[in-house]
Design a protein. Structure first.
Length: 220
């Protein structure tokens, strides 16, 4: 009887090491890509707030009036829709913090005026929550007056994660201000979370312990 010797083939330690290195590089690339996407979203939110500020102040410079506060006759005289939401022309925007993400008060007219004047995109005739712009993170952009102890008209964004809120705060204030600078906000279970008038306490952006989303505002 002739006996034959069988050899089992398998991976060598060098081959296994090469495979592990390749897997590590792939995972590192995926994580790096996700981080870049997240950073891009954070920058887009800060840019959105700057854009609202630029549109609002450009409107004031051109028409010498607050968008949303003008009388209907004033707006229709420019050829804008007769269905525009008019204000009372008292040179004060009537938008409470609770109305920030409901598009109520004179905010409806504000967005219609900014769009009709060409300072922002969108349908000038749009009303309700659907008329509010959205950020690259999926949250809403709203305008209100004196939220979180800020003075004057402010732009707010909803639905930010703790990491995103930290990033936006850092971009706006130069360093992470923990709610004490120009960017201020709170976190809570509601989304969108309406801001309040009172200034928030200094709050560290702890991604481990804070799971609720943030609403962040800054003065225009």
């Amino acid at each position: 009887m002739k006996l034959t010797q069988q050899h089992q083939s398998g991976f060598t330690l060098v081959e296994i090491a090469i495979v592990l290195v390749i897997i590590g590089l792939l995972l590192g690339g995926v994580l790096k890509g996700q981080e870049m996407i997240e950073n891009s979203r954070i920058k887009s939110v800060a840019a959105d707030l700057r854009g609202v500020s630029a549109a609002y102040n450009s409107y004031v410079d051109r028409f010498h009036a607050l968008p949303g506060d003008e009388l209907l006759a004033t707006m229709t005289a420019r050829g804008w829709p007769a269905t525009a939401a008019a204000g009372n022309a008292n040179n004060v925007l009537n938008i409470t913090p609770a109305q920030t993400f409901t598009n109520a008060g004179e905010q409806t007219g504000l967005w219609q005026a900014l769009r009709a004047a060409g300072f922002t995109t969108g349908d000038p005739a749009a009303t309700g929550v659907a008329a509010l712009p959205k950020t690259g993170t999926g949250g809403l952009i709203g305008v209100t007056v004196a939220p979180y102890g800020l003075t004057g008209v402010a732009g707010c964004v909803s639905g930010l994660t703790t990491k995103q809120a930290r990033g936006v705060d850092t971009i706006i204030d130069g360093t992470e201000a923990n709610n004490l600078g120009d960017a201020r906000g709170i976190n809570g279970a509601a989304n969108p979370l309406a801001p309040v008038a009172a200034a928030p306490a200094a709050t560290a952006y702890n991604e481990t312990t804070i799971v609720n989303t943030w609403t962040l505002c800054r003065s225009l």
